[in-house]
Each structure stands twice: as structure tokens, then as C-alpha cells.
Design a protein around this ligand. Structure first.
Ligand code: SF4
Ligand code: SF4
Length: 360
């Protein structure tokens, strides 16, 4: 199974849309021993550790220790990349995928994340390329009201040195709406949805030249539409993906250590086999016409509804705009596959759950 391993709750940034950043004190660090962790993980047949925080690179010696202790595990990393180049090269190269937080052009990224961040992130992504990192480098955007999805995704996709093989984004729509958005409806109507439409159209146009660009949310949704194979919750929360919090408790999702509903066990007493499929989404998802494609978007949001029912529907409407826009292009995509310009294989992503939630 996949485990988001929270290495620390501390972070070295304090981004505008984030609730983290300022955590201090002993409760912010791992309170269990690696032997306890091993006793739990060794009951599992296939171990994937997705290193998470806070900012996991604040604990580089721990990253090294984990990689030495679990040589059979597959590793993923989600990082703000400021300290990425401090990871010893041979350990950095062991990651299957590295999700790097960057929100778009310098003005947007620095506006949300702090001045100078954009340049440091690019420099450290270049370092990854220089040391011969062969894994997937994903630009992972947090999208909020200063974002222009068309401009920002296009900017990141077109960067060279460093090249982001994939671009993924998540809408800033989990926490309460107050203060985060001045006018979410207007932004969706005038900026986000039209931007998605334009991105989809240009993405499919490129397929005519045999190129399927790495826009993460589009790729697996099209795979589902092409094959008809329904998807479950795409982030895997509550199914085969869990979070191990710093106190050793096991939750369905890494962002909710303090929500009682989300804690389903702990590393001292739980058996990984009994965790699988422990929680699933509730209505309206199972009855939604897009359930097989969407999968329910976000288990945490489905359970907590911090935006209320009205807000929940507003976010669903962005999902439905995305899925309907992609669906209209399926005949063209099928034709490109039939003509041998691209293949179904191009839409098999991710190879393993790498922390991309897929549905923004
Ligand atoms: S679109 Fe909304 S209601 Fe439908 S499956 Fe996705 S999250 Fe659930
Ligand atoms: S999509 Fe939602 S449930 Fe899944 S990992 Fe992210 S916050 Fe948690």
C-alpha cells in the first residue's frame, strides 16, 4: 500500500493558501521509532512511502535513514524544493517521482509563496536534472484567486532547463472560503473554466503531432473515458493510501491529523491488510453521473464539507466542466489513436500513485 509519511509538521515557508508553516514544539516531529515503523510496514507486501510534511526536506538525515532501512520500498517526495539540493545525490535519485510545489510564473509563485522562491525552485529542479535524476518531476501547483490556469499551466509546461515532465494542480477549495477567495464564482466563470477549455483544446491539437503533453488531470480522465474502466477515489484515500502522522496514528489523508473521523489506526496495533478499503465517499458522489470518472474527488472534503453543500456543488461544477470538455474531444482522440499518431498507453498515468490527486 501507499503511505504518506509525515516527516515533520514544520515548514520553511508560510504560503498564503496554507494552514501550516508556523508549527513548533516537540509534537511537530516523529514520536515513534523506526523499528516500530518497520514492524508495521513489514506486514505489508508492497511498500510505497510518499514523504510528506510540513516540509520533508527539513529532515534530510531521516530521509537517508528511511531509504537505508527500507531498501525494498518505492519512494515519492512532495517538496517545496528549497532544500532539495541538500539531499545526497544517490538518495535523491532513488525517488520514483518528485512533486515540486510551484504555482506558475515568478510573479504568481512568489506572490503566494514568498519572494525569491520561484528562482530557487527552478535552480534546484535544474540540479535534479544535472545529477541525472531519471524519475518523474512534477510541477505541483496550488491554484487560487491570483491564478490564471491557462497562463500558469502553459508557462510550466513550456519551461526548459528545468523541464517538468508533468504539471498537476489542486484548487484551493478545501479549507473555509472566508478570506481565501474574494469572488470564487466569478473566477470560475471568467477565468478557470474558460482556461480549462482552452488548455484542453490545445492539448488535443498537439496530439495531431503525436504529442500527449503531461497535463496530469487530463491524462487519466481520458484513459477512463477511452476504456470505460470506472475509477475509485483517485488519490487512493481510505482505499490503498494512508497517512502515517508524526504521533504514529494512521489516517486516511495526510492533511487531516486533527479530524477524528480520519484516524483509522496506528502503527503499533494496526494491520495494513485490515486498513484497505476502510472508508469510502458518501452521497452525492455514488449517485453522481460523473462518479466513474471523477471517483469522488476528495475524501476529506466529502466527509467535512467545510464549504457547505453549496460550496461542495460549486467545486463539483468545475469537475463537471472539466469532464464534459474532455468528453467532447474523445472522438478526436480515438481517431488519433486509430491513425497511430498516439496510443492508449500514453494515457496510463501515473505508473504508481505519486501523490497527484488527479481531480483538481
Ligand atoms: S463531481 Fe462532485 S458529486 Fe460528482 S463524483 Fe465528483 S465530487 Fe462527487
Ligand atoms: S484529495 Fe482529499 S482525501 Fe485525497 S489526499 Fe488530497 S486532501 Fe486527502
Amino acid at each position: 500500500m501507499n503511505y504518506h509519511l509525515v516527516l515533520t509538521k514544520r515548514c520553511n515557508l508560510n504560503c498564503k493558501y496554507c494552514h501550516g508553516g508556523e508549527e513548533t514544539g516537540p509534537d511537530t516531529e516523529i514520536q515513534y521509532s523506526l523499528d516500530d515503523l518497520a514492524a508495521f510496514l513489514n506486514k505489508d507486501d508492497e511498500i510505497q512511502l510518499m514523504l510528506y510534511g510540513g516540509e520533508p526536506t527539513l529532515r534530510i538525515p531521516l530521509i537517508v535513514e528511511l531509504m537505508d532501512k527500507f531498501p525494498q520500498a518505492r519512494f515519492m517526495l512532495q517538496t517545496n524544493a528549497l532544500l532539495l539540493n541538500k539531499i545526497p545525490e544517490e538518495y535523491a535519485k532513488r525517488f520514483h517521482s518528485i512533486l515540486i510545489s510551484i504555482d506558475g510564473p515568478e510573479m504568481v509563485t512568489d506572490g503566494y509563496r514568498s519572494k525569491g522562491v520561484y528562482q530557487r525552485v527552478l535552480e534546484n529542479a535544474r540540479w535534479l536534472e544535472r545529477i541525472g535524476f531519471k524519475g518523474d518531476i512534477v510541477a505541483r501547483m496550488a491554484v487560487s484567486q491570483e491564478s490564471d490556469i491557462y497562463r500558469d499551466v502553459t508557462h510550466l509546461l513550456n519551461l526548459r532547463e528545468p523541464t517538468f515532465k508533468h504539471v498537476h494542480w489542486q484548487l484551493n477549495v478545501i479549507w473555509d472560503a472566508e478570506g481565501n477567495w474574494q469572488d470564487f464564482d466569478k473566477w470560475v466563470e471568467e477565468s478557470y473554466n474558460p482556461g480549462i477549455s482552452q488548455l484542453v483544446e490545445e492539448w488535443v491539437d498537439k496530439m495531431e503531432q503525436g504529442v500527449v503533453e503531461g497535463i496530469v488531470p487530463f491524462i487519466p480522465l481520458v484513459f477512463t473515458m477511452l476504456t470505460g474502466e470506472a475509477s475509485t477515489m483517485r488519490c487512493g484515500a481510505g482505499i490503498d493510501t494512508f497517512a502515517i502522522h508524526v504521533n504514529g496514528s494512521i489516517g486516511v489523508c495526510p492533511i487531516s491529523p486533527d479530524w477524528e473521523f480520519s484516524i483509522v489506526g496506528d502503527i503499533l496495533t494496526s494491520d495494513p491488510k485490515k486498513l484497505r478499503n476502510i472508508m469510502s465517499v458518501e452521497e452525492p458522489c455514488p449517485s453522481c453521473e460523473e462518479y466513474g470518472v471523477c471517483g469522488g474527488r476528495c475524501l476529506f472534503t466529502n466527509k467535512q464539507r467545510l464549504w457547505g453543500e453549496v460550496g461542495y456543488n460549486k467545486v463539483c461544477n468545475t469537475v463537471k466542466h472539466l469532464t464534459s470538455t474532455l468528453r467532447k474531444q474523445i472522438p478526436r482522440i480515438e481517431k488519433f489513436i486509430e491513425d497511430g499518431l498516439i496510443s492508449l498507453e500514453d494515457f496510463k498515468y501515473p505508473e504508481y500513485n505519486n501523490g497527484c490527486e488527479i481531480i483538481p
